[in-house]
Design a protein around this ligand. Sequence first.
Ligand code: BGC
Length: 828
Amino acid sequence: MDNKALVELVGRLTLEQKVALLTGEDFWSLRAVPEIGLRKLLVSDGPAGVRGTTWDERDPSLLFPNPTALAALWDPGQVRRAGALMGAQARDKGVAWHLAPNVNLHRSPLGGRHFECYSEDPVLTAKTAAAFVEGVQSAGVASTVKHFVGNESETERMTYDAVIDEATLREVYLPPFEAAVRAGVWSVMAAYNSVDGVSMTDNGPLITGVLKDGDGSGPGFGPGLGLGFDGVAVSDWFATRSTTESADAGLDVVMPGPTGPWGEALVAAVRRGEVEESAIDDKVLRVLRLADRTGFLDGSDPLPPVSTPDDADAQLRDIAARAMVVLRNEQVGADPLLPLDPGSVSRVAVIGPNAELLTAQGGGSAHVNPAHVISPLTALTEALGPMVTVDFAEGVVTQRLLPAITPQAATDPDTGHPGLRVDFIDPAGDVLGSEVRQASRFVFMGGLPAGTAGIRVRADVVIGQAGNHQFSVSGVGAFRLVIGDNAPMKITMSPSAGGDLVEGLVKPPEHRVDVEIETETVRIEVVAQVDPNLPIAMFGLNHQEPGPAEEELFQAAVDAARAADVVVMVVGTTDEVESEGFDRTDLRLPGRQDELVHAVAAQNPRTIVVVNAGAPVEMPWRDSVPAVLWAWFPGQEGGYAIADAVTGAVEPGGRLPTTFPKTAADAPVLSTAPVDGKVVYAEGSMFGYRGYAKAEIVPAYPFGHGLGYTTWEYEDITAGVNAAGDVEVAVKVRNTGERIGREVVQIYLACEGGDPQRDDPPRLAGFGTTLAAPNEIATVPITISRRVLARWDVARREWCVRAGVRELIAARSAWDARIRTRVELAGS
Ligand code: BGC
């Protein structure tokens, strides 16, 4: 539809109707306005898949390799492919508006949402985000670039003030948003935090000044030279705290609804003349434009006919394996230990908690419910084949909660069929509605029958073995628990002091009960109290069979390692360690995993360690094992992807999008805790690899590092300036190994200040990839736009290029420069 037609539709609405459209109808939708042919717009998280509007097993979603993995591809083409697949699933779920990508930067490795963001580098983040947006939107689904801006940590995330100097903001934190807007993104999410004292949902200079003003045709953004963003600026959930300030700042939609600071208060403000009605019209126009673009408005152009392809699982498996990073791969005997040829071994020990319980994703709003998660143990056993004996030992337990009750081990007491019975009850105990569920961790966000005062869950749990069983309820709130014939227990659990709502979901308190059981089944019943005014409930029912003591588990792992030809360890974090809603407090692997790796490696010199984590962890054992493969949070097909990478069926060709320090204390920026409500970005752009370089601290594994399965020689580099002022670089590389492989050529820019003695460390300016057979030479072309070469001139308030010579370094990582050239730039 053209703009005129959309404006005409806006004109047909009353002020009340217009304002009503600008706050969610509920948590996950904007209301329909049938009079103008507008259908209900469904909104869904998030960066690791399309959750849809329910948060449970009944509406499963494809679970993708998480964002740090996508960034580790260093390959916009592959990222676009992932985005298109996500867009296709959004279409299948009827979702118009998707809440990703998250382009906040890895400022501190402790950042809770590190796994959910792409990188510590703005250029890699920008290119990855633009490709993701293009992919999702190619399916006719709106992307939302978030969280605009300065949302690099989670501690006090609703309120902190990010103090960022102007040049750093322009050069480092805004470019990923700029790239998304230039890629045509249809929505931007305003963050919870403030920037320089102004709440982001009230921030006119940034929302309107930087994003919306102007037509985007200028050399970049500046006052009056905004990016020409014509989409919707939506608030983060519950982030809007004002009526007129936010409306005037350029925020378009308040989420979630139905209540909030706009509604009647905004209507009244318009009537009083405090907010122009034309400002409201502009917001509505933007919403209708989004509806038109996503096919939710009668008369919109037909969308491309896309739906989730049959090979979606295979695509996720392939992307996940490609994104994995070979951190270390030493010779053991004649060859490096990786890839592992199944034909060369007869007994393999698969060890570690994450081998059986893969952490396929991080916690928080990015969480989706996949239909299945393939464990590394299952996949490795399959890949090694029937001729290889596989011994499994978890070694240590890292899950804080008892295991969830599986539907296979529970039957509905009313019917005897598999699953758990959930009843919604009123204050008198009468049942208002009922359902059978195939999971035991529940999230209800609205959608309960009116008058619900309690949610009762009942199940007959199958008991595998007589003895001491543990049961637990996890969650925040008041519960009544009955196990078997025992007396009912009243349990009240509070959220941690100052904790985020999400923390209660991801890291709930748990109440455990020990029960001696001799029978074959036991009836368990829990009632969760619900506040009818806030119909939100999140809780779980958990059960642990009698099992070996911790020490026995540990010893079994050591014994298995000793008996094996090769050990594949899978260690890692959990979605309780890496999550939205709180930051990490250290970078250690949870539980006794470090100790386990040391103990196993001491038994078997042929130990491969696979690390299953979204963000850096300390690996104090890294030099004591010959091979370390970094697997990220690899999504639902993660087990298969790990097996493909370990056996070399796919080359794990990822490169680190972030620096991995030896110890947390080495990170240039560590603390995420606001001081007096402020997070001061005093380091400017000297964090990540530039911060390590400036402080001359050698990391464990640098930004850009990744060995792949072959070796490369850098033979030549040339560079020149084209008519548009962009620098065109060509790098000639030769595959000197014995396998076909993929190389990521990274170009770092040096000599920016013109005085090599005093210049800041080089920064990434561009990259390109190639695939080459053994001994093949490939030339990799890389264009560095003039915009990337420019710096923000605070006095002139515009992008400027200093005239003079720059050095371009072709490198295999930020610490592995291979070949250099110089180029002379004209100034501006
Ligand atoms: C998160 C957003 C998310 C929203 C909706 C917020 O807590 O910060 O990233 O999209 O919730 O779930």
